[in-house]
Design a protein. Sequence first.
Length: 399
Amino acid sequence: MSHVVGYVDVDGKGLGGMERSFDEILRDGEEPVELSVDARIQYILRDEIARAVTQFSAAGGMGIVMDVNTGEVLALASLPDFDPNQPVDADSDAARDQATLGVYEMGSIFKIFNTALALETRTATLASSYDATKPLQIGRFTIHDDHAQRRWLTVPEIFEYSSNIGSARMVLEVGIDRQKDFLGRLGLLKTPNFELPELGAPLVPSPWREVNSMTIAFGHGISVSPLQMATAVSAVVNGGVLHHATLIKRPAGYAPAGQQVLSARTSEDLRRLLRLVVEHGTGKLANAPGYLVGGKTGTAEKVSGKHYDRRELLSSFIGVFPITAPRYLVMISVNQPHGNRESAGFATGGWVAAPSVARVIGRMAPLLGIQPVDEDSPEIRRSLMVDSLSPQGRKLAAN
């Protein structure tokens, strides 16, 4: 918890983390500051991030566990970390809180917002379809699909197969102004309001042109912090209410008002799509049996000079459970992982981060009193039903 708690100088003055933010209160000693962090969940999260970093020979990793209905952060970890009793020994990488101070292009996780935007503005429905038969050319740029289906795709299929082409075509119908407004309402275009002093400001395009709008649809051309991602996705799944993230423990039964940023209907549709990704799409390895996980993969190439380097990745998965009535969000990102024999040489979010999220959920859910359910019960199947295939897709599946 070095990045959360922070550290002090020889005179006891807070220089980082919560020690710095609440320095006067803590030095006065009259009022305790109770954190929302659960030490058990914090241990589990850090342990699984460390396991992924080692397994995939990565440079580091970060993660967040959040209560989607209050904004409380139950765990926040960034690796490498440091001993706050000896902060002078920490190098720049270890001292940097990647989960709150670092900002990154997050890749296809951003399709959560793009799909919610299209459904919310009613430029698309779950029955809408878009042409993804071939790469999309815009000026000197070409947009490809990593899991190309080479046909028209419905909105659920675009989400399930993580189609960049379909996502770009969807946002063209929405328009730049409505895209900016929606991302702004989700808190993705400004520095978040959070107790830690180490906070990164998002990087957004200026000017914001059509090509920017299209690449942002699939998570490139805009950089945000994992903290911002977790907060925004919580709003998308919890019924559409944005709660500011907090490290301060809420009183039992406390229900923060929050801000309604999208409709409950759109939120319900997105929950179904997130479950679809785990059941049939790129996030199958995130499934934690009995806990109804829904989520989205994201694999972003890092910028090297003026180009993206396909070998330098930030591989992420953001999961929510139980997806029928969301309570908790778990996000893990692994920095510069390398594929291995177990992952068939792949280093994408679905191979690297999704299994880690599944293990965190499987370990934390019993501690929080969440009972596993029968995922195949008729009631649950009906509540999550979504027609993910176009007529052509159903024909191909039948064959």
